[in-house]
Design a protein around this ligand. Structure first.
Ligand code: IVH
Length: 672
């Protein structure tokens, strides 16, 4: 029998872990470092393994415990999940408001404005304080039981405080954060798997995995937006419900607002028509809900749509058009990248002519054929995507796509390495690769050489002045004067920029040379473990893999890169001209003058790139988050700041410029 002290210790650990989970995953305000958190989990795991009889389903160790399922069972919804009527412009919204006012015989009534999240709707049942069921929306009446998968989402509480109703159901939307999507796809490509096109579909697919371990690997999140039912029901309004749910530990969305007039609601919609692209999750409109529940009941439901709520939809981001051709270009590492040539189509004010198709597997998995009608989507800064083909519009004249057998740039054979999704041109002297590589080499996160665009590099290549990236460093004034619109001053500036780039840190050089799978994070890891280029060049696959977070794909890519004769020649030339080839050492540790401060950065900055300023903040001990909350200490805002600025103003978060930021750093360095 375990002693009461063990029981108490286990309970104490679970409470602490739940608390820190909530701080981290729900409030985005962590108080512990990752390793401190891991330590608590480790302690709990070890106590539980000594006393398996004390393991309970609500223990934070039990988020992934369930066995894979054969199939999902049906989950009936005691109270159906409704749909929403739409308003496509201000007029339609005003018409809805007038109808409601009429039915209520009240000219004015409070409303709650919320974002309409573009994810997968779920209903979570809690009984006696524990999560007992998670179900998808399905057709609104019957969904699928996805409890084991819901348990893996860390912003979903496994248990709620004793003050919660005895039995209740919360509803919300599971989302796949945009910021995690790209890295997730990169990893899939690195693992030889086809990338996903769309965060929403990926969220939905992740929730419907039969093996909860797969779901657990996806960085899913949730926003809850209503109570399906509660016994007993303690709230009179929707606004109270939202804060009540937050008090029970649920993740509600910080952008929801209580408004009193239709104009305020329209202002909210307008803010987000302009601002939604900066959100870290899909959002396709605003939901406006009548606040008082007695009013909601009075208004009732027509068919599946409640009269008391409406979705104000944002202008479409998708359009259909014809896939005229599938062409390929050559990436900087030699990957042959197919892309869609489209009949030009206007999506939300921008003419889209091309869309990425990633690789041959992607085209096959979507069964895209040349000549197909396709659905194309454009969102934010994301490259336009082909979402699907419209099979019903086929005429029989469509053609399947075949990867070219020779490189379109250098006519050398194209190969596909085993287990890799990409087809490659392995000719190190391929001019198309070199253009891309140069473009990458001079870019901001790499050697940061201003003044060399793709046009100029193409000319330099055509004239034979550059045969590999290191040749940049032996260009002279006369070479550069051949460039269009390059006079004495711009040549002098460019030469100075090239010279200055020699002192970029070693990790940036590793990014610049274009080793497959080596981006800034991996490069920093490598530079930390291999203090100079010789150590790295001579590292074996095993030595590389011994570095935490470096897996076999990266190790292989590094070994392959340095195993290539012409790559070594590039490195030797870079070394000879004086480019940094070792990590800085013996530097004083940077003073953590921003410790404890949380920043959000928005808008276009003059002095820093986005990665530079976030890097600087983190180096100085500060934290950077993606959205403004009450916990934010400063919003650093540049030109054209959007919704984050509005949020900061609403929440009273100080807004500072880049110069203010530098002053802040300066003044805090003085203090310590
Ligand atoms: S309320 C009437 N609130 O939209 C109540 N739904 O068309 C309807 N959705 O599949 C639900 N964000 O998953 C509500 N803030 C939000 C929402 C939201 C997204 C989805 C919901 C449902 C669909 C309804």
């Amino acid at each position: 029998m375990p002693g009461t002290t063990t029981l108490a210790a286990i309970k104490d650990l679970r409470d602490r872990i739940d608390y820190h989970n909530h701080q981290y995953f729900v409030l985005d305000a962590p108080e512990l470092s990752d390793s401190q958190y891991d330590e608590l989990m480790l302690e709990l795991r070890s106590l539980e393994s000594e006393h398996p009889e004390l393991v309970t389903p609500d223990s934070p160790t039990q988020r992934v415990g369930a066995e894979p399922l054969e199939g999902f069972t049906q989950a009936e919804h005691p109270v159906p999940l409704l749909s929403l009527g739409n308003a496509f412009d201000d007029e339609e919204f005003m018409a809805w408001h007038a109808r409601v006012a009429d039915l209520l015989e009240e000219p004015q009534f409070d409303m709650v404005c919320e974002l309409k999240f573009d994810g997968l709707a779920v209903a979570l049942t809690y009984e006696d304080g524990l999560l007992t069921r998670g179900a998808t929306r399905g057709n609104g009446v019957v969904g699928e039981d996805v409890t084991s998968n819901m348990r893996t989402i860390r912003s979903i509480p496994l248990r709620v405080p004793a003050a919660a109703p005895r039995r209740f159901e919360v509803r919300g939307e599971v989302i796949f954060p945009k910021s995690k999507f790209e890295a997730f796809n990169e990893q899939r490509i690195a693992d030889g798997l086809p990338p996903y096109a769309h965060p929403r579909n990926t969220a939905a697919g992740s929730v419907r995995q039969l093996d909860p371990r797969t779901t657990a690997e996806r960085p899913l999140d949730i926003f809850v937006y209503s109570l399906g039912y509660a016994e007993p029901m303690e709230f009179d309004t929707h606004w109270q419900t939202l804060s009540g749910l937050a008090a029970l530990g649920f993740k509600t969305n910080p952008h929801s607002r209580l408004v009193h007039t239709p104009n305020e609601a329209l202002d909210y919609c307008k803010t987000w028509v302009e601002g939604w692209e900066n959100l870290d999750y899909g959002c396709d409109g605003v939901v406006v809900k009548v606040n008082r529940f007695d009013y909601q009941r009075h208004l009732g439901v027509v068919g599946r749509e409640p009269r008391w709520a409406i979705a104000y939809k944002f202008p479409a981001t998708q359009a259909t058009t014809q896939l005229l051709d599938i062409a390929v270009n050559v990436g900087r590492t030699g990957s042959i990248n197919p892309y869609a040539v489209l009949e030009p189509v206007n999506i939300n004010g921008v003419t889209v002519r091309q869309a990425t198709l990633h690789n041959a597997d992607y085209i096959r998995s979507k069964d895209l054929r040349i000549g197909d009608w396709v659905v194309v989507e454009r969102a934010g800064e994301v490259i336009p995507q082909v979402v699907s083909s419209i099979v019903s519009k086929r005429t029989g004249n469509e053609r399947a796509f075949e990867m070219p057998e020779i490189c379109p740039s250098c006519d050398e054979p194209v190969v596909r390495a085993e287990g890799e999704a990409a087809h490659l041109c392995v000719n190190a002297a391929c001019p198309a690769q070199l253009v891309r590589l140069l473009e990458h080499f001079v870019s901001r996160g790499a050697m940061d050489i201003e003044g060399l665009g793709i046009k100029q590099t193409t000319v330099l290549l055509e004239k034979g002045l550059i045969r590999q990236v290191a040749d940049l460093y032996t260009l002279n004034k006369d070479d550069l004067l051949v460039l269009d619109r390059f006079g004495e001053t711009s040549v002098a500036n460019l030469l100075a920029a090239i010279e200055a780039s020699k002192s970029r840190p070693f990790s940036r050089v590793l990014v610049a040379v274009g080793i497959q799978h080596v981006g800034s994070e991996v490069a920093e890891l490598l530079a930390r473990h291999f203090p100079n280029i010789d150590a790295l060049m001579n590292a074996s696959r095993e030595e590389l893999e011994a570095v935490q977070s470096i897996g076999p794909k990266i190790a292989e890519a590094v070994v392959a890169y340095f195993g290539n004769e012409s790559n070594r020649a590039v490195i030797e030339k870079l070394r000879a001209v004086g480019v940094t080839m070792e990590a800085e050492q013996g530097e004083e540790p940077v003073e953590q003058v921003l410790e404890g401060l949380r920043f959000v950065v928005t808008g276009r900055l003059e002095r820093f790139s986005r990665s530079e300023i976030t890097g600087r903040i983190k180096d100085l001990g500060g934290a950077v988050s993606g959205s403004v909350s009450k916990k934010t200490d400063y919003l650093v805002a540049g030109e054209d700041a959007g919704s984050k600025l509005v949020d900061a103003e609403n929440l009273g978060v100080p807004v500072i410029t880049e110069d203010d930021f530098l002053d802040l750093v300066q003044s805090r360095s003085g203090e310590t």
